[in-house]
Every structure is written in C-alpha cells, then in structure tokens.
Ligand binder design. Sequence first.
Ligand code: ARG
Length: 549
Amino acid sequence: MCDYKKTIYDAAKKVLSELDPADVTAADAFCDYCIPCFKFAKIMRKSPAAIAAEAAVVIAVDGMKVEALNGYLNFTVDRNTFTQRVFDTQIGKRKPLEGTSVCLDYSSVNIAKPFHIGHLMTTVIGGSLYKMYKALGAEVIGINHLGDWGTQFGGLIAAYRRWGDEKRLNERGLDELLELYVRYHNESERDEEVAAEAREWSKKIEEGDAYAVGLFEKFKATTLEQAKKVYKRLNIEFDSYLGESFYVDKVPGVEKKLKEKNLLEISDGAEVVMLGDDMPPAIIRRSDGASLYIARDLAAAYYRHENYAFDKCLYVVASHQALHFKQLFKVLELLEEPWANGMVHVSYGMVSVEGMSLSTRRGNVLYLSDVLDAAAEKAAAIIAERNPGLEDRNEVAESVGVGAVVFDALFDGRLKDKNFSLADALNFDGETGPYVQYTHARCRSVLDKAGYMGGKIDCSQLTDDEAYDVVKLLADFDDVVLNAALKYEPSFVSRRLVKICQAFNRFYNADRIMCGGETEKARLALTCRVADTLAYGLELLLLDAPRKM
Ligand code: ARG
C-alpha cells in the first residue's frame, strides 16, 4: 500500500551503496523511518555520525524531512501527505504473487485416529497461509495428505469383524473406531490369532479385495466426517484429500527414477538411498515388500509437480518430522530435480494445554472439538454478562470461543512451544482474538450510530499523534501480510492486528469521534478503515468478525 520504504531506499542507495532494503526500518519515537549508519562506518572509513550528517544534506525524498541524529538518518513524513496516500489506496487489492502456484500440505489427519489438540497447529497455520497466499494472488492447492495407508488398518478390520457392528459404528463414529483399535492392540499382544487375522486383512486391502477396501473406505468416511466438522468451525478448506494410499501404486515410478540414477541400494533386503554421513539412509521399501512413508511422499512430490507445476510446495508439519523432510528433500536433490528447491518444511513447536480438566480427555488425548466446545461455552458465559441483550448470542459465542483458540495458536512465532490456557485466550482485554473482534465490533457500532456513508475527507484532520499512530499501522498492512506469507508466519499478522487495536483504542479515548464537521467525517473514515483492516486480517487468520458483540 505504502511504498515510502522503497522510495527512501531508492533515494538513499545513491549515497550509501552498501544499503540493503532491510536497513530502512519503520521507527517510532523520533521519526517515521530511519537508516542506522553504523554498518557503513568500516567501508566508508568515517564515523556513523559523519556519514549520517553528510547523507542528510544530499538525500531528498518528496514529502519528507531528512535529518541526522547520533549516527541515524531519520525520515519524518509530512503527515497530511502520508495520510492522503493511505486513504488513496485500498487494502488487499495488490496481488504480488499472481502467476505463482503453491501446494500447501496441512492438517493431513490419520484415518481412525482422533483429531486431537496436536493437530491444531498444522491445521490453523496451514489454513491461514492458504488464505494469505490466495489473497496475495497465488494459485493455492490446499492438500490434506491423509494418513490412510499402513498395516494398522488390517488390525482395525480384524477388530471390527470380531467385536464391532455396523449399527454401533454408525452411531458412535470415530469413538467406536478408536475403541476397536485400542482393543485390537491389547488383544493382539496376547492372542497370536488376532495378529494373524490383522495381517491377513492388511494383505487383502493391499490386493484391493472389494470387501476389505469397502470397510476401509467406511472407516475413512467416518474419520473425515468428523474432521470436516472441525474444519467447518475453523473456516478451513481443502482442494484435495488425496492421501498416502493414492500414491502406493506410484512408488514403482519413483524406484525407476532412482535406479536410473544409480541411487537405489539393497541393504539387508531393503531398498535404500544413501544420503551421506550426516543423515541416515532413506528406506524406500522394506524387505517384506512394503513401501515406506518417505516413498509415498516422493511419489506425492512428483505427482504435485506434474499436476500443479508448483513454485513452492509447503509442508506444515510438526518439528519432530524434521529429519523425514530433510531426507525427502535430499533424495530429490540427488535425483537432480530443480523444483525440489521450492519445497519447504514449515515446522512448528509443541502444544500443551492447561486449564482443561482431565474428565474431558478421552483416553489419553484431548480432542480438538472438546477444546473448541469448552471455549465456546466460556465465551457464551462472558457474553451473557457483558451484553445480555445481544441477538445471535450462540453464533457470536461460537465465533469468539473458536476464534480465541485459533488466534492464540497463531499469536506466537510458530517454532515456539506453547502452553495453551483457555482463560488467557479468552481475555477480552489481552492480546487475544476476542480483543480484536471486540475492537472491530466497537468500530462498526460507532459507524452504525453515525450513519457513516463514506465520501471524501480532509486528511489534515488526522495529523494529531493518536490518529496518526493508527494511520501508520494501517499504511503497510499489505506488506505485513506479504511478509507473513513469505516467512510462513501468521503471527506477523496477528501481532499487527493487536497493535492496530491498541492504537485505535487510544485514539478512541483521546479524540472524540462525534465532534461534528470535517473532523468528525475524517475520524469516521479512519474508524471505517480500521474496521475493514481488522475484518480482513481476522479473515486471513481464520476468525469471524461479528459486527456486534
Ligand atoms: N499424517 C502425518 C502425521 O499425522 C502427517 C503428514 C504430513 N504430510 C506429508 N506429506 N508427509 O504425522
């Protein structure tokens, strides 16, 4: 939206040849932008103060005052001009990633396993990046790479045949599958017959036996039905649900390529690719003929490249799979596939939860849907107290409760481990989703009361510190979104939204909005701008933006 940084960079580069775009930073206290001159001292053989002083005389930027102070080059914008520029552009209209294609592998649940709190991060980081890349003009393919292959499903069929029945499965869904699975595990350890049956069914699935595959498809549908309910609550979408099983018959194609490049070796009867000293070899096929996880991921990578011609293929997966992705990318590098450069493991830290009672845990896992339910319930109680007359109270409570969990998950840098607390996430005065949603609703209510209709404004009415602080935070919002997408960090956006809210609330308390005349018009326009930016940002972070709260 605002390319002042670039304008400053272009002007200063002529004088400071070693200047990087990143050296031009937005400042707060003394000026609007600055360039620290310390790094030039060595090359230019002058003190930073002298460099800044000399540069300040030469550099001229339209609509800006340039000054030197203690080794810094400070740029102060003419507030009126700056504000005008902000209002002349619309947020979210620039499409810098148009023409690029991005595959985004996220959530990627496992069949017949619960959708538990451990899946929260991959689901919301991936879902949010999906929205951001789309908003930036990229073509995005959201892929739920289902964990739908493995010998465990033979066990599930064996268990279902022994102890399950269709009626109970239809009624209890995933709960029934989990119980069967646990029972299979316990009994197969003691009873060799159960284990043998499992192997038999596992083989039948592999051979494509209609009955076995049919049952497995039913288990798959049951799992997905539940996952999709959660996705709906989280505003998440996918374009593809092609899982691991889809790639099993494509592994031979990968083996062929590996053989052609002399990369495939036999070790103890298994097919492996040696990856050098700093990594264990990648096992493609076991000695019993079964393909491995990495083999199916290699096949998937080729499939995605052939079908989507991706520039980037992102895998939003927990940090404990770091070695797997290092090996995957290394094999593709050995295969000399140039597109392997575009593959990225978007890793994230661990989540633990406090304040959820053990009684809501089923078995040893905490279901994501239970966490969302608890959050929505708490939100309902808070709203009942704050705004008892609110229409659509249940709907708003769902938006606020679920939003609180999601915003919290996206608030810290993704690599940091998190300890999630419901009470903190729902604090309306904290750095939270509800705080941002509430500020948005407050803006809308001001605008509704005023009957705001838009129209031209006099930007010189917005040059006081409180209003101008808000303007500055809105000015480069598009850059923040772009940066968040390119660094795979939705937290850049969530943090900026909180800052905008804080600045807006200072403005709201300091400047009376309904003061009549041109000032009122301009202040309403700023309020509208804030509301639109918050709504846009919330959407990118998967949150609803209720108009009333
Ligand atoms: N299903 C896997 C798990 O839950 C994650 C799959 C990630 N994606 C991939 N292409 N390997 O651990």
